[in-house]
Design a protein around this ligand. Structure first.
Ligand SMILES: Nc1ncnc2c1ncn2[C@@H]1O[C@H](COP(=O)(O)OP(=O)(O)OP(=O)(O)O)[C@@H](O)[C@H]1O
Length: 256
């Protein structure tokens, strides 16, 4: 469980998130949406402990985030940040193996569980064919798939994703989200995903949080918050929301 209570934070000279409070229960699948500069990445950085909280508090599984040790945090949460900074020429499978570090003791050999987790993650992200390639020599979408594989190999109960599939083709995006959907339903994985793609969020998320100017403007089940009123307020663009026939899923058309 993640609890934000009156969180205010930002950067030197700029407050971004203002008095943000909400609860993420175990096993939720949440989309965080909003326009550029709304504070979505800042929220993910605050939840990862990278951007410090100026006032208020964040608790993960009942413990103050600031008091969790790095390794303990990495066993609870895997994070795919928006800026993937991988400048060293590791092989893709080595990058995925890095996801196992929080589970390993220093100088310990890789265990069969580590190897199995890496294989599963490569399979789930369709990256086995990239295993021997250098991470510095793959495409943007391929890099995102490898980083997603690393976070799946971490086998944490919570996954924080910041535009983690933005450079992937539609087939791979759906592949990844189907995997997340299965892990969420079968293993209770908690997913909090920042997404610009409202329609992708509408297909997979069960709850949506809309941020604007660092404030929470809507938060609820998709069928209560994904409507024209909320979307037009958030994105300041005319919009039509339709249900796909034969499903309970909504899709959004932004009008010219
Ligand atoms: N490292 C930083 N230093 C100073 N200000 C920053 C920094 N990173 C972001 N900001 C500012 O904080 C505000 C929120 O940025 P943030 O990246 O959280 O928005 P976002 O909702 O993720 O936007 P986008 O959809 O464009 O990714 C913006 O005004 C941005 O300019």
């Amino acid at each position: 469980m993640i609890r934000l209570d009156g969180v205010t934070c930002g950067y030197a000279g700029q407050t971004v998130l203002k008095d943000l409070s909400f609860l993420v229960r175990r096993g939720e699948f949440i989309g965080v949406l909003g326009p550029n500069g709304a504070g979505k990445s800042t929220l993910m950085l605050a939840l990862s402990g990278i951007v410090p909280v100026q006032s208020g508090s964040i608790e993960i599984e009942g413990k103050p985030l600031a008091r969790l040790k790095t390794r303990e945090r990495a066993r609870l949460m895997a994070v795919v940040a928006q800026d993937i900074d991988l400048r060293f020429p590791f092989r893709c499978e080595e990058v995925v193996r890095m996801g196992r570090y929080p589970h390993q003791k220093r100088w310990q050999m890789e265990s069969p569980e580590d190897e199995a987790a890496v294989r599963r993650a490569l399979g789930a992200t369709d990256t086995a064919m990239l295993a021997k390639r250098l991470i510095t020599a793959v495409s943007g979408g391929e890099k995102q798939r490898v980083v997603m594989a690393r976070s799946l190999a971490q086998e944490t109960p919570i996954l924080l994703l910041d535009e983690a599939t933005s450079a992937m083709d539609i087939h791979r995006k759906l592949l990844i989200f189907r995997v997340l959907d299965r892990l969420n339903r079968e293993d209770g994985l908690t997913v909090v995903a920042v997404l610009h793609d409202v329609n992708l969020a509408a297909l997979f998320c069960r709850r949506m949080i809309f941020l604007k100017n660092g404030e929470l403007v809507a938060d609820g089940a998709v069928d209560t918050v994904l409507n024209a009123d909320v979307l037009e307020h958030v994105y300041e663009t005319p919009v039509m929301v339709r249900e796909i026939e034969g499903t309970e899923k909504r899709q959004v058309v932004f009008l010219p």
